[in-house]
Design a protein around this ligand. Structure first.
Ligand SMILES: [Zn+2]
Length: 308
């Protein structure tokens, strides 16, 4: 009888012990992962190229959230209430500026508490191009401009997290030399052009055009969702004849319906083969290519239309 009582007591004690050990273990595992996560600098970037740069520079010290989903139309995008919550809980907000994330100032800024937050307009003070009295916002497609934007991200990270300065600077150096290398490649490989005009589905390549010495003509114009009108098609035919062009460029995120329509019409009316080449807007990973790989691929595509 006494023995049985002892056993029962022992069993109870061991169950209790197991419970305590279990709780402590569970507690410590959540805690061992959580503090690291919560200590990270919370960065919100409006769209992919900025998030890409912030991740490359910030590495393990940051967690980066991208507001605009990958590979969607960026010019007309607007935030949802949950996006506003995410922004409210962030430490650093990275904007493209130049009119791209226009909704930030009008729809988000009045709703959030900005104290303690750093808001970075990555194109502020940069040599922006004016297009029809508006700034051309497509800076990230130029490796040269992207490098200047990356510098702004670096400064913001150091300001928010001075202990990470050395870490961020080292990582930035890699980004900087990679972007310099791509810029250099563009400069050298687009030097001896046979043609200096490209026809594109979206006029997003103004910064490349300016730096590497060519012109862009948009089929759809500055907004990506307008249908080309017949007059515009005739205009393109005239331009293709005048400048002896055989190539059309389009970004694979958009439907190539219009481009194909134009290609067929041009081939009928001009009696030539018209090449349709990809040119990336770098709005998300696509075709298994990240931002840098898309910048590099764009050069290959431009070479085919301008140099070869
Ligand atoms: Zn655009």
């Amino acid at each position: 009888m006494k023995h049985y009582k002892m056993m029962k007591k022992l069993l109870l004690v061991s169950i209790l012990l197991l419970l305590i050990v279990g709780t402590v273990l569970a507690y410590s595992t959540t805690f061992s992962s959580n503090p690291i996560k919560s200590e990270k600098i919370k960065v919100v970037a409006t769209f992919y190229p900025l998030a890409y740069l912030a991740e490359k520079i910030g590495g393990e010290r940051v967690s980066v959230y991208t507001l605009i989903p990958y590979n969607v139309e960026v010019h007309n995008w607007q935030p949802s209430p949950s996006d506003i919550m995410t922004i409210e809980n962030s430490d650093i907000i990275i904007l493209n500026g130049a009119g791209l994330d226009w909704w930030f100032e009008s729809e988000i800024l009045p709703l959030i508490n900005i104290s303690g937050k750093i808001i970075v307009n990555t194109t502020e003070g940069l040599p922006l191009i004016l297009h029809n009295n508006q700034y051309d916002p497509h800076t990230w497609l130029s490796p040269y401009m992207a490098k200047l934007q990356a510098e702004k991200i670096l400064s913001a990270l150091i300001k928010k997290d001075p202990l990470g300065e050395k870490y961020y600077k080292e990582r930035f150096k890699e980004i900087e030399s990679k972007l310099n290398e791509i810029d250099e490649k563009y400069l050298i490989e687009l030097k001896n052009k046979k043609r200096d005009i490209i026809i594109v589905s979206h006029e997003a390549f103004g910064y490349l055009a300016e730096r590497y010495g060519f012109k862009q003509i948009g089929i759809i114009g500055i907004s990506a969702e307008e249908e080309p009108n017949p007059r515009l098609i005739l205009e393109i035919i005239e331009l293709m004849k005048k400048y002896n062009l055989t190539t059309l460029y389009f970004d694979p995120i958009y439907s190539d319906k219009y481009v194909k329509m134009i290609k067929n019409e041009l081939e009928n009316k001009l009696g030539i083969n018209v090449n349709v080449l990809k040119i990336y807007l770098c709005l998300g990973p696509i075709d298994n290519k990240d931002y840098f790989e898309q910048l590099e691929e764009n050069l290959e595509s431009l070479k085919k239309g301008l140099v070869e």
